[in-house]
Structure formats: C-alpha cells, structure tokens
Write a protein of this length. Structure first.
Length: 101
C-alpha cells in the first residue's frame, strides 16, 4: 500500500473479493508498516491503541544492514480502497489449486 510519497506498508492476506476499481476485501491479513522518521520520534499512544487491531513493534535489518523499526498487526477482515493498491502478487506458499476447489 502506498503512503503519501512512497510505499510504506504491505499486507499479506487472502483476497475474498475485488471489483473493477481494485477495491479489495481481504481476510486474515498481516500488515507490516514502516513508520516515517518523524513519527518514530514522537510515537503517540494512538498508534499503539488498545483493541483488537493494535500494532506490535519489532526491529529488523534492511539491505544495508541498518536497524529499522517495523510495526505489525493482524487484520481478521478488511476492505482496502483501490486508490491505495500499488502491487498484487501471488505468494508461492498459496496453491492455485486450493482456490479452484
């Protein structure tokens, strides 16, 4: 998914339905969100809101070996607008035959 100037999050999920505008209805999604630098400095309690969709924070390394903060959360069911879609790819873990049944 795209942010204001760049792609800042990705979601791995099962697509349940879509339309001609690329609006997606997804299930069992795992979102990974890379917060902008100014948001990291002033982390608010609202981003770690109490509830079923709260973010968990983790550290990971990028290609250059620098440590980055990554926020993750699980989405049981969600609707994503087509305006925010940048790329859709089929995961090699998912079997196409499984969806044809």
């Amino acid at each position: 998914m795209r942010g204001r100037n760049s792609v800042n999050s990705s979601i791995q999920a099962k697509i349940i339905a879509f339309d001609k505008h690329w609006n997606l209805l997804i299930r069992d999604g795992d979102e990974s969100f890379n917060p902008p630098m100014n948001m990291k400095r002033r982390t608010t309690k609202s981003i770690h809101a109490v509830g079923p969709y709260q973010y968990s924070e983790s550290q990971c390394e990028d290609r250059e070996g620098q440590t980055k903060t990554l926020w993750q959360r699980h989405l049981p069911c969600s609707l994503i607008r087509g305006d925010d879609i940048v790329l859709i790819s089929v995961s090699p873990q998912m079997s196409v035959k499984r969806f044809l049944r």
